[in-house]
Ligand binder design. Structure first.
Ligand code: FES
Length: 174
């Protein structure tokens, strides 16, 4: 009699086929949903997870090399696109203004994106000049009125540390 009672309890504790299917489908469905949602959530919050601050600044030149005449300096950064890493060259026109402040201008023309250069046109010896459509900029980066560019050159974020100029994103405009 006691044995029969134990068997009854065991039979009641067993999972029915319907329950087993429910548990299995819920588990597999939840796993698949998590697998789909995780990349979406990661993508949505990615900017928050990005490193910021001084890690985005790159050593470009010793401050002692900077003169009052704009000079072009290049630096290379490692760019990671998914599993592909490449070297990308960045450039800036750098000089010291009359207040001894360091100015670092983007060489990208604000008209259609050609590269500007300093004093490259004999007619405009003290300006940045874009050869693509004759765009002109004053030394401080402002666009000369009535030339193709309709905005000033971008300025780089900058920081001087231990006698070296570091540049970051080009996010400031005049
Ligand atoms: S791209 Fe520079 S003037 Fe047109």
């Amino acid at each position: 009699m006691c044995r029969g009672g134990v068997n009854n309890v065991r039979e009641k504790a067993q999972v029915s086929r319907r329950q087993f299917l429910n548990y299995t489908l819920t588990g597999v469905g939840g796993f698949m949903a998590a697998g789909m949602l995780a990349p979406m959530v990661r993508f949505a919050i990615d900017p928050v997870l990005q490193a910021s601050g001084t890690e985005d600044m790159h050593a470009v030149v010793e401050v002692s090399e900077i003169t009052t005449e704009p000079q072009r300096f290049d630096w290379t950064i490692k760019q990671v696109d998914a599993w592909y890493t490449s070297d990308v060259i960045h450039s800036a026109w750098i000089y010291k203004n009359e207040k001894d402040e360091i100015i670092a201008l983007s060489p990208i023309c604000k008209h259609l994106g050609c590269a500007v250069s300093w004093a490259s046109n004999e007619e405009y010896p003290n300006e940045f000049y874009c050869p693509c459509h004759g765009g002109r900029y004053y030394k401080n980066g402002l666009n000369v009125p009535n030339t193709p560019p309709n905005a000033a050159l971008d300025l780089f974020q900058k920081e001087v540390k231990d006698g070296t100029l570091y540049l970051g994103a080009q996010c400031q405009t005049l």
